[in-house]
Ligand binder design. Structure first.
Ligand SMILES: [Zn+2]
Length: 68
């Protein structure tokens, strides 16, 4: 067992990264942010923010402007 730090709200929560594979997503129980599990060739598994999130936000923003 270990503690994971949310990349978004910085909240610490209990999660075992060994239960996840490379590329799996974890949802923060505090803010609901999605994080991707990454297994580097060396060292411990870590979390990264999914890049796709930024694309979704851009699209939504453009659509809102278009309607007005
Ligand atoms: Zn969070």
């Amino acid at each position: 067992m270990g503690k994971i730090k949310c990349l978004d709200c910085k909240e610490l929560f209990e999660e075992n990264l060994k239960n996840y594979d490379d590329g799996d997503s974890i949802e923060c129980p505090e803010c609901g942010a999605e994080m991707i599990v990454e297994y580097p060739s060396e060292g411990k598994p870590r979390l990264k923010t999914p890049k796709q999130k930024f694309w979704d936000e851009d699209e939504e923003f453009e659509q809102e402007e278009f309607e007005e």
